[in-house]
Ligand binder design. Structure first.
Ligand code: DGJ
Length: 733
């Protein structure tokens, strides 16, 4: 049993294999407080950490200092406006104009399993015996009930949290803020880690000291965004890959968010995560409920590396539903960087033919096959095949590609509408816009108002018809702009604050329908590169395009930040042509492949135009993919060295769960003159057995590799790379 309630001490004990979380109920009034989160501890009385014995006393004994109590008490979910001046988790607009929320304990349930969250992506129990604690809190004054849900995933050391708000009163209530989780604890000179970025520079790791006051990352762009990521960790100073206490908090949501840590006057911290409250309002009529999205919490006593492995296992075991999760994905060739909009059936078939001859397994036709789209200025919304380009039609093209032995995949951007489209001319009101204001264009396009059912139905019908019209094995679902002009003709003026969230719910509904109707379809999400790479989208697609930057060296830091929290099996990574289209850098063809092998692997180039020498290397690279992908997809990831930190080289490895093999990827970004070979210490191996380095047959003890290290080949030149594959030697030492 992972959850227990001790009636005497009024303490809830939540335990995973290696971590414990303790919640206590304080005072007659039933304040719900946070006692402890960290390394696993025994069951015991520990309510002293609620500090109710310290002055100012609890309100029932010393109501004179109620405000001081409220401002100090470590809460599980912070109310609003009644004395706790740290960040609140919930806010309302009541009929009487009041905005305060004061939540206290009403009752609780401990249930088996992991409840779904209606309309939202959320983790599931799978084969594990998960238990869930539902704490029922209430504010009688406002007439709302707030349920805090905690599900305990023992094996992965994860606790998920979510919140349900119910209007239990007789009058309407408007929610103006509903966060999903709050963690209060004493500061231990923690540092905060977040992932920032931009187009072509997604998920760059940043660390900072937690200072007094608030520090946050957020998105108001209607998607999780290139710029900030719905993730944060806080950790003891100098925590590294292997040591230190690390807390990770990750939001299962694809829209506006905030992730914030506040350090208080009394040196405690409050970490909160949820839908961003700016512009958010949600009407709850009596009896109605609002579900706030899920937060994934994990704690590691063994540094960032263990946090990474907890999250990788958690997403693989409890978030990704696709039947492709545990299978090799077809090695694909995508024509975006090969042709951009300039292609037709003949060109695609020429690429497919050569691809088939070199072992590639799927052709993906990217943007530009529909309406009259020859650039990015037109036709989004007109999902009709352009037969001037796709001569003979889509089915003919797909059949011909299939005849060559390749599967076929297609690109779509269903959420968008071009002003120059039949759809816009017919339904100008279908684009998000504010009355009396010209909406803001981005990449020449507007966003469809997915809060409206008839628009979602139209969009879905278009996607459905295209996929059903030919043997389509894969869809790349793109989204190339962020939301602006938040206006919908569907809702009354005073409900426009619901639109951002309703939009995200609309996207989820569409993808739910798609994955239900086409369970064999391989779906890859994408957003101008990796602007909607988040756990919410992973619920629908087992892989997400990581970045439009396909340069092998830029990818080192982009993939490092992505791998910090996402399994390698989810990371869309391709070999592209050089000079690289984004940064103009030329790197060896093999290095590009070695870096892309840490993801789903594919090509993004015109195979008919690259040099004979490079083309001839493709079959060898495809063999590497088939040889290593089971290990890369399912194994444990260890970050050994970071080019982002050292400016010279990158090194990471994947170790099989049973420790029988390991693949080390080493990228020597800069060649160095007149130096000894570089030595790195490996991780995650068994210490007391021997491993054989496959290509040289040399034998190394696991203990030696991890403690003394191994020498990396000193290669001549910049941007060089090498893979080292270790297999268990049969002889035990
Ligand atoms: C952005 C994607 O990230 C690219 O791979 C490509 O599909 C373009 N959109 C097409 O418009």
């Amino acid at each position: 049993m992972s959850i227990k309630y001790n009636e005497d001490s009024r303490i809830f004990e939540l335990d995973t294999d290696n971590t414990s979380y303790r919640i206590g109920i304080a005072d007659k009034e039933g304040f719900v407080g946070h006692i402890y989160y960290g390394q696993r501890i025994r069951s015991q009385k520990c309510d002293q950490f609620l500090r109710t014995w310290e002055g100012p006393f609890v309100p029932s004994e010393n109501n004179r200092e109620r405000c001081s109590f409220m401002d100090t008490f470590p809460v599980e979910y912070a109310g609003n406006g009644v004395g706790d001046y740290r960040e609140s988790c919930i806010a309302v607009k009541n009929v009487n104009g009041s905005r305060t929320v004061d939540l206290t304990y009403k009752s609780h349930d401990i249930i088996s399993g992991k409840p779904e969250i209606k309309g939202l992506p959320a983790s599931f129990a799978g084969d594990e015996p998960v238990q869930t604690l539902v704490l029922h809190l209430t504010d009688k004054g406002v007439g709302i009930d707030v349920d805090l849900l905690y599900s305990v995933f023992e094996k992965e050391d994860v606790i998920t949290r979510s919140v349900k708000v119910t209007n239990a009163g007789k009058t309407d209530v408007k929610l103006t803020k509903v966060y999903s989780a709050c963690v209060d604890m004493d500061d231990e000179e923690f540092e905060m880690l977040t992932l920032h970025g931009s187009w072509a520079r997604e998920r760059q790791i940043e660390r900072r000291k937690i200072a007094y006051g608030k520090q946050s990352v957020s998105s108001l762009r209607g998607e999780s965004s290139h710029q900030d990521h719905p993730f944060m960790a806080w950790m003891t100073k100098n925590a590294d890959q292997n040591t230190g206490d690390v807390y990770g908090m990750h939001f299962v949501y694809s829209g506006n968010f905030i992730a914030q840590i506040e350090k208080s006057q009394f040196d405690s911290i409050r970490a909160v995560m949820g839908i961003h409250s700016e512009g958010f309002e949600w009407l709850l009529t009596p009896g109605e409920e609002f579900d706030a999205p899920e937060v994934v919490l994990t704690y590691s006593h063994e540094g960032l590396g263990q946090m990474t492995r907890n999250l990788h296992d958690f997403y693989r075991n409890h978030m990704i539903r696709s039947r492709y999760l545990h299978t090799k994905r077809p090695v694909l060739i995508n024509n975006w960087e090969a042709t951009y909009f300039d292609f037709d059936t003949d060109k695609l078939l020429a690429i497919a033919k050569s691809a088939a001859e070199h072992g590639i397994e799927m052709l993906v036709m990217d943007d530009g096959w529909f309406g009259h789209r020859n650039d990015d200025a037109t036709s989004l919304g007109d999902w009709f095949v352009n037969e001037n380009k796709i001569k003979g039609g889509l089915k003919y093209l797909v059949d011909e590609v299939n005849k060559l032995g390749l599967k076929f995949g297609i690109w779509m951007e269903p959420e968008m509408i071009s002003p120059d489209s039949e759809l816009y001319r017919k339904h100008p009101d279908w684009a998000l816009a504010v009355p009396e204001r010209t909406a803001t264009l981005s990449r020449n396009q507007y966003v469809l108002d997915l809060s409206r059912k008839e628009i979602r139905d139209y969009v879905y019908e278009c996607v459905y018809n295209i996929i059903s019209s030919a043997n389509i094995a894969y869809v790349k679902w793109d989204m190339n702009r962020q939301l602006t002009d938040i206006g919908s003709t569907c809702f009354a003026g005073d409900r426009q604050g619901e639109l951002m969230h309703r939009y995200v719910l609309g996207v989820y509904e569409l993808q739910e329908r798609l994955t239900k109707d086409f369970p064999d379809l391989l779906l890859e999400n994408c957003s101008g590169g990796g602007a909607r790479f988040d756990p919410g989208m992973l619920y629908y697609s087992p892989q997400i395009w990581c970045s439009d930057d396909t340069d092998a060296i830029e990818r080192l830091s982009i993939q490092e930040g992505t791998e910090l929290i996402y399994p390698l099996s989810t990371i869309g990574a391709h070999v592209s042509d050089c000079p690289n289209h984004t940064v103009g850098r030329t790197t060896p063809f093999m290095t590009r492949a070695h870096v892309a092998l840490a993801g789903t692997f594919g090509y993004e180039l015109d195979i008919t135009k690259i040099s004979d020498e490079e083309r001839a290397m493709i079959p060898e690279q495809v063999v590497l993919y088939h040889k290593y992908n089971d290990l890369v997809r399912e194994g444990d990831y260890y970050r050994i060295a970071s080019y982002r930190e050292n400016g010279e080289y990158d090194c990471y490895m994947v170790v099989a769960k049973d420790k029988s093999e390991a693949l080390v990827t080493y990228v020597q970004v800069k060649g160095r003159p007149n130096v000894h070979s570089r030595k790195v210490k490996l991780s995650g191996l068994l210490a007391d057995v021997d491993y054989r380095l496959e290509d040289t047959n040399e034998i190394y003890g696991g203990d030696l590799l991890m403690n003394a290290g191994m020498f990396m080949e000193n290669m001549r030149g910049d941007y060089m790379s090498r893979l080292y594959h270790f297999v268990l030697d049969n002889t035990l030492t």
